[in-house]
Design a protein around this ligand. Sequence first.
Ligand code: BGC
Length: 721
Amino acid sequence: MQYEQQIEALLAQMTLAEKIGQMRQLHGTGETQQQLVREGNLGSVLNVIDADAHEIQRIAVEESRLGIPLLIGRDVIHGFRTIFPIPLGQAASFNPQLVREAARIAAREASASGINWTFAPMIDISRDPRWGRIAESCGEDAYLSSLMGVAMVEGFQGDDLTAPDAIAACAKHYVGYGASENGRDYNTAWIPEVLLRDVYLAPFKAAADAGVATMMSAFHDLNGVPTSGNEFTLRQILKGEWNYDGMVVSDWASVAEMIAHGYAADLRDAALKGVTAGVDMEMASTSYAEYLAALVESGALSLDLIDDAVRRVLRIKFRLGLFDQPYANAAAADSVVAPDHLALARQIAKESCVLLSNQQTLPLNPQQTRVAIVGPLANHAADQLGCWVFDGKPEDSQTPLQAIRELLGDERVQFAQGLPEARSLDQSLFGEAVAAAQTADVVIAFLGEDAGLSGEAHSRAFIDLPGAQLALVDALVATGKPVVAVVMAGRSLVLGELQDKVQAILYAWHPGTMAGPALADLLFGLDNPSGRLPISFPRTVGQVPIYYNRKNTGRPPSEDAPSIPTGTPLDPSGFTSSYLDVDHRPLFAFGYGLSYSTFSYSNLRLSSQKLAVGDTLSITTTVTNTGKYAGAEVVQLYIRDLVGCMTRPIKELKGFQRIHLEPGQSQTVTFELSSADLSFHNNAMQRIVEPGEFNLWVAPSSIGGLQASFELVAKSKEHRA
Ligand code: BGC
């Protein structure tokens, strides 16, 4: 807080125009931006790097009247030059430590280019794989997204935000963007307040508590009010209830877009509504620049609100130490795509891959196997990087084909792409692929989505393997050779048909620069898959949204219902909450993932059968590696609150631990569960801890595991957490 006085001193010297300048952010650099900076009329730019960043920062510091440095923002989403798996893939690692290290590296690399602010992490709870931006998210669960978001914030910002290799993080998109109706980007979201508080706001609260420097308001309309003009979420909850003292930036032109939403009459009205709601800086559009001065001078907008916004902008600049060191971190220039960065990228790519099925085909023997490498993603240096890679370079990518050739030698690898690109319907190359398959012991088919099928404004209504990929698989299967599918994608895809055809599926998301070595390690048993699903995989798009922590309903479907072949209407088997033409359960559940080894769970013990409000329960289980391979297991803790004043989800993740076990080795795993972990919001929006019976599971996924029960006890019926 040592800089609060400096903020006040600076604010006292600023003209109204200079204050409004601090509330503006423009894209790029050119004469216009440079002149605005020189005049003190621009506080931030985005997408300006290297020499351009240095020059515009120099103008701010040396030529503007007050010398206030610029915030220089960029979407450093899953790496800068060294590209890590897409955030959804990183979430599948269930390894926050590794996610933190990846963000640390991304910050170091970005700081070398003069960037001091990233628009990440994206922590929108995402339960709809049609939505292209699910790729940028940490999935469907509030607990997992909170942990991953905090890890990214800590990684970007480091221990000391003034350090030359630290950059400010930005939790986005506040809030509820992932609930856009029917998965169409920018669409309306309706989220009841209880759900908003229990689920959608939770990762943002965690990020705020972890000291995230900034937050970004969103594009969409939430419950009838656009999120960039939403006083309730921004002013009341974020800045009021949470007392958040960081800065809020709008999303790209989202202040001006309130006109199209039908919430603002014109740009003047949009500016008034944006500032009143608590958007401190306007990105890209110019309503603040054009109208704030007149709004203040006419008395329509109080100067106090302007001053509050400017203080927040300046606070971030002081927190970053920009007044002392505004320029790029030259010392980090040599570290860009350095060997230790690539090593971390390889490790996190490995830990993010999820083995979905395996008929004892994997791992392959690296000494003997002759492989046919097929598929549009086997050797595509750009697509393996995924969406949102402004600075990642395909020439840094190591592809699966390259890595497998390096491991096995050229003689044992036949390559035939089979399809010119992921979306292609052209079957003219199938013959070559079939010929390659015939020479091999096993076919590895690299399938999935090209990078352009996910990300912003890239939603899909069909979430199958695109193009003629399934037909290619049919042609390969017809050779009689075993087929292993490696799927790279920016979302959960519908995989039932593929699963029926192939011997194994390894789900790799978009794994980044080191996709090749990471996948070669896993396919050939040099390492063991250990990723777990951060989202439920639907059997068909008709099940969407599908997520594990749903409510039970009054007519719950049976958990051991016979599975219904997709699309085959059966007669109703009772009036339960299910489908006539598809199993109600996901194809692959949240938390699920196989290993080459097997793990058994035993001896579940609780420190007590009763947990008093304010106390903590210790939960202990023994986990044993009962297979032949060393490997990691992600041990998960779920609870269910059986009866509540609000109905409670059938399961809620409350903890997980990633442990490494040698064959035959056992380890005792202990979770601490506090009564506060059991809190939720009641209809009066109080966060309560409600006594009653709970079930808990220590489990390898959101299905199954060892079960126990305990009772939460308190003197009075309801306690404030
Ligand atoms: C996206 C944001 C991003 C911003 C700046 C917008 O279109 O929604 O997530 O940070 O652009 O590039």
